[in-house]
Ligand binder design. Structure first.
Ligand code: AKG
Ligand code: FE2
Length: 318
């Protein structure tokens, strides 16, 4: 496969029995064999996405002193603003050329499971609409993730609630990202917008972007540019999914490369990291165990795994 597979979520949400089965296979195989899949028919309107993009463009254009008011070091970059140079890919010593803002869960789908997550930080005094727009997108992506995880459970021949249950009211994060234009020094520093890495979580859903730069490392070791057009989103697998599937679905390596000179403009992006709930034990799922293949990963609580990976990414100091 040279092109990232594309499929339509409506086959699963509104389709006949046959169409549902078609989606399950196409989506599951794409994630398993390719690592990335483009989806359409996700039912999140252009307006919701564009409102959020306008809000984050305004946010990142605030003076640095204002943005720094929204840093809380005690919560290790899990909410609010994270400045340039802080996050780096695992095993990398140079920080990425990006600033970002994290939004966590405020609404719970199942009130019985309610857990206390770190409180969000809102730039209300500087940007009154930011909270409304970003939370609206968060909730819609959260619902979409439940649908995609249900299809993926069926692909693994597991009850369809298996993966959705892990992510239900999970510690998922919407990341608003800004990669500013590069100066000459940065072009030569060896740093890139986002160095090659795997995401920590179960799945990542990336909203469409206006500027290119995202590349994936295909399972046969070649870098491939990936674009999403209006109405499309990109989905990829993370480390938590790799753990619970005993690497049947490996996490996908990806990066964001620097722009060529003639397109040296800001790039904004909105990935949604679908996490398990904090106390979820990341055990290998029943159908992914096999007598001939030992379990590659010992069980670990989702929150402990997250902390371990944040340390590797430079967000937690050891
Ligand atoms: O900006 C992008 O398109 C991808 C960002 C990403 O991979 C990340 O933040 O983990
Ligand atoms: Fe990523």
């Amino acid at each position: 496969m040279k092109k990232v597979p594309l499929t339509d979520v409506r086959l699963y949400t509104q389709g006949s029995h046959k169409e549902k089965a078609e989606f399950i296979q196409k989506f599951g195989r794409a994630i398993q064999e390719f690592g990335f899949v483009i989806i359409e028919g996700h039912n999140i309107s252009e307006q919701v996405i564009n409102n959020t993009y306008s809000a984050i463009e305004k946010l990142f254009s605030l003076p640095i002193e204002t943005k720094l008011k929204y840093v809380d070091n005690s919560i290790i970059g899990q909410r609010g603003y994270v400045n340039f140079g802080i996050e780096r890919a695992k095993n990398n010593t140079i920080g990425d050329l990006k600033e970002f803002w994290h939004i966590g869960r405020e609404h719970f789908l199942n009130s019985k499971l309610k857990v206390e997550y770190t409180k969000n930080i809102w730039p209300d005094n500087d940007l009154p609409n930011f909270k409304q727009f970003t939370l609206d997108l968060y909730c819609k992506l959260d619902q979409l993730s439940q649908v995609l995880l249900s299809a993926l459970s069926e692909y693994l021949n597991l009850p369809k609630y298996t993966l959705p249950q892990m992510a239900m009211d999970g510690n998922s994060i919407l990341r608003a990202l800004h990669y500013p234009p590069l100066n000459k020094e940065q072009y030569h520093s060896g740093a890139i917008r986002a160095a090659a890495h795997e995401d920590i979580n179960l799945l990542t859903i990336l909203c469409e972007t206006k500027e290119s730069g995202l590349e994936i490392l295909t399972r046969n070791g070649k870098w491939l540019q990936i674009e999403s057009h209006p109405g499309q989103m990109i989905v990829d697998s993370g480390d938590m999914l790799s753990r619970v599937t005993n690497n049947i679905i490996p996490s996908t390596t990806h990066r964001v490369v620097n722009p060529i000179d003639s397109r040296n403009t800001s790039r904004y992006s909105l990935p949604f990291f679908v996490h398990a709930y904090e106390k979820c034990e990341l055990n290998v799922l029943e159908n992914c165990k096999s007598p001939s293949k030992p379990n590659l990963f010992p069980p670990i609580l989702a929150n402990e795994f997250l902390l371990q990976r944040l340390r590797e990414n430079g967000l937690v100091k050891t």
